[in-house]
Design a protein around this ligand. Structure first.
Ligand SMILES: O=C(O)CCC(=O)C(=O)O
Ligand SMILES: [Fe+2]
Length: 321
């Protein structure tokens, strides 16, 4: 009977003003977060703390940024992969993106703006920083809930302090056809938590554990939260890290923004003893994130969506002969 209803991501309401740790309301939402992340690695979050003027101006800021000449955009180079400008990629002709490293820190955004605009761009900096500040609150609520629900709250400070933020703004050109075209190939994120926000053009698809694709159709108050492979590893597989992709059709460009919490350079990701036992043997050897990202950029790292398993997965001895 239910099989005809289109699949939908769980929707979780974070808009209650009194959502504070220790309250009954908090514990209810925390249980929903835990269940959604165990099963889908992903959910739609209703979050109303980003004022509507910022939600509107963020898309103007992205357009202003990505409308700059290619030569200017290329000035945003980063020694870290995925953190600079990416565009004109033969495998992804519709896709273009710009990374804004440390987007929660005004001076860091300002330094990028000064590289791109001769006179700087204070309104751009304000919009980016305010958006990031608000969305990072959601990231921290989610991560606190995750640690509490796994009985790992004693690691909360270490966990929150061991990450930094990257904001990436993305444009997917309209393919100008009703035929569906690839925007971004299927992948898992490699970081801790990704929070996505988009304009009114859909295109994100998330795969369920049994291989079905869910078309994500968020409202203008919704953010999509996804678990990256680093959090999958740190929780010793308790949380799923979902495969997702972007498919485009029609005549309208899609703009999206991702806030990515990621382990700081040098931090070793090692699952705490509390989540390793006979029933849950260790899945990944301890690893350093930047080295893993370098591996993901190599030929061997690009062979499948779950590069972490290839990089440092512990062999399942019960399956080997
Ligand atoms: O544009 C989107 O909605 C998805 C982007 C994405 O998956 C990524 O940046 O990792
Ligand atoms: Fe992604």
């Amino acid at each position: 009977m239910g099989s005809k209803t289109p699949l939908r991501l769980p929707v979780i309401d974070f808009s209650n003003q009194s959502l504070t740790p220790g309250t009954r309301e908090w514990n209810t939402v925390r249980a929903q977060v835990h269940n959604a992340l165990e099963e889908y690695g992903c959910f739609e979050a209703l979050f109303t703390k980003v004022p509507s003027h910022i939600r509107k101006s963020i898309f103007q800021s992205i357009e202003e940024l990505l409308d700059l000449p290619l030569q200017t955009k290329l000035k945003n180079v980063s020694r870290k992969p995925y953190r600079g400008y990416a565009g004109e990629l033969p495998m992804m002709p519709l896709y273009e993106s710009m990374g804004i490293d440390g987007a929660n820190v005004y001076e860091q955004v300002q330094s990028l703006a000064n590289t791109l605009w001769p006179q700087g761009n204070p309104s751009f900096c304000k919009t980016i920083q305010s958006f990031t500040e608000k969305v990072s609150e959601l990231d921290q609520i989610i991560r606190r809930m995750i640690l509490e629900s796994l009985g790992l709250e004693e690691y909360l400070d270490e966990h929150l302090n061991s990450t930094d933020y990257l904001l990436r703004v993305m444009k997917y050109k309209a393919p100008q056809t009703n035929e569906t075209k690839l925007g971004l190939p299927a992948h898992t994120d490699k970081n801790i938590v990704t929070i996505l926000y988009q304009n009114q053009v859909d295109g994100l698809e998330v795969q369920t554990k049994d291989g079905k694709w869910i078309n994500v159709k968020p409202s203008s108050d919704s953010f999509i939260a996804l678990i990256g492979e680093s959090l999958h590893a740190w929780t010793n597989g308790r949380l799923h890290s979902p495969i997702h992709k972007v498919m485009m059709n029609g005549n309208e460009a899609r703009y999206s923004i991702g806030l990515y919490s990621a382990p700081k350079e040098g931090y070793i990701i090692k699952a705490p003893n509390e989540v390793v036992d006979e029933e849950h043997p260790l899945l990944f050897k301890p690893y350093e994130h930047a080295q893993f990202i370098a591996f993901c950029n190599s030929e061997a790292g690009q062979r499948g969506p779950f590069s972490l398993k290839t990089y440092c997965g512990v062999q399942d001895l019960t399956l080997s002969t």
